[in-house]
Design a protein around this ligand. Structure first.
Ligand code: PBG
Length: 324
């Protein structure tokens, strides 16, 4: 053939492929979500093979090992016993509660580790929703935001570096920023779950924390999977309200959203490879149908290529062990 242009020339050796590679995945891009519980024991999570609910002591160890491999940050998800769950979710701002104790232990043992906390009421709320629920079953926006501010301040007092509101209430970023600044926590960042979809991919996570809603679903606050312009609207609001980092969640099925937000804002973009995405890979690999390690790396590289600066993934430690 008379072909002056041959794209395959740029793929012909590992050396040339290294030179032309556009995207990379390194441990420095990863945030490690960790589940925790009270007591001295770790409990493997049946629905999420490879994940455990850690007691604080071993959480500190696991986080430290991941950090030593180059993972800069962890995000904490507590399992709260039923007897501490209330309709007002008061336990979420108890300074002696599980999350503040874990933050203090993590920061004492690993001062350079970035500790991120989830700000939402679902683990603490006897209704299982991210917001307060009225007697007639409505999710109360403004009342919830007040409690979220107490929760974020509690995390900041314990030493959290970043608070990550995952509740999708309106106006919470501005309120959190104001509450943090008024308490002189001007250095605490806000990573906003900006485009968090009402997704069936969260199923295993809710099982892990026993945090599924008791009634109804989350569709009056989390976004409709059919919408993308709405994600841009949320992004513009979060940016104007003072968010430091915008998040898209889930990640793999929403790469178009990551890419659109990347083009629309200069803020850093995070993406959350959620429990269901993790589990699909684990399940297919357990059946011998997919190569777990290769698909893990490819799924994360795809999320980076779409425009995510950082990725929350249950594979964080595994990736760090592999590519460090
Ligand atoms: C709740 C929260 C959820 C996840 C992170 N924070 C679940 C939900 O919204 O119901 C899901 C994470 C995952 O599935 O891995 N505030």
């Amino acid at each position: 053939m008379n072909l002056p242009i041959r794209p395959r020339r740029n793929r012909q050796s590992p050396a040339i492929r290294d030179l032309v590679r556009e995207t990379d995945l390194s441990p420095g891009h990863l945030i490690y979500p960790l589940f925790l519980q009270d007591g001295n024991e770790n409990t493997p999570i049946d629905a999420m093979p490879g994940c455990q609910r850690w007691c604080v002591e071993d959480l500190v160890k696991e986080a430290g090992e991941a950090h030593a491999l180059g993972v800069p940050a962890v995000v904490l998800f507590p399992r709260i016993p039923d007897e501490l769950k209330t309709r007002g979710a008061e336990e979420c701002h108890n300074d002696d509660g599980l999350v503040p104790r874990a933050i203090r232990a993590l920061k004492a043992a690993h001062p350079t580790l970035c500790v991120i906390t989830d700000v939402a009421l679902d683990p603490y709320n006897s209704d299982g929703h991210d917001g307060l629920v009225s007697d007639d079953g409505r999710i109360l926006n403004d009342e919830t935001v007040t409690v979220l501010c107490h929760q974020a301040l509690c995390h900041a007092r314990a030493g959290a570096d970043i608070v990550a509101p995952s509740d999708m209430m309106d106006g919470r970023v501005a309120s959190l920023r104001e509450a943090l600044d008024n308490a002189r926590f001007t250095g605490v960042s806000i990573m906003s779950y900006t485009a968090k979809y009402a997704s069936a991919y969260y199923g295993p996570f809710r099982g892990a924390l026993d945090s599924a809603p008791k009634a109804g679903d989350k569709k009056t606050y989390q976004m409709d999977a059919a919408n993308s312009r709405e994600a841009l609207r949320e992004a513009m609001l979060d940016e104007a309200e003072g968010a430091d980092i915008l998040m898209v969640k889930p990640a793999g099925p929403y790469l178009d959203i990551i890419s659109k937000l990347r083009a629309a804002t200069s803020l850093p973009i995070a993406a959350y490879q959620v429990s269901g995405e993790y589990l699909m890979i684990k399940a297919a690999a357990a059946s011998g149908w997919l190569d777990e390690e290769k698909v893990m790396l490819e799924s994360l590289l795809g999320i980076r290529r779409a425009g995510a600066d950082m990725i929350l993934t249950y594979f964080a430690r595994r990736v760090a062990e592999k590519v460090a």
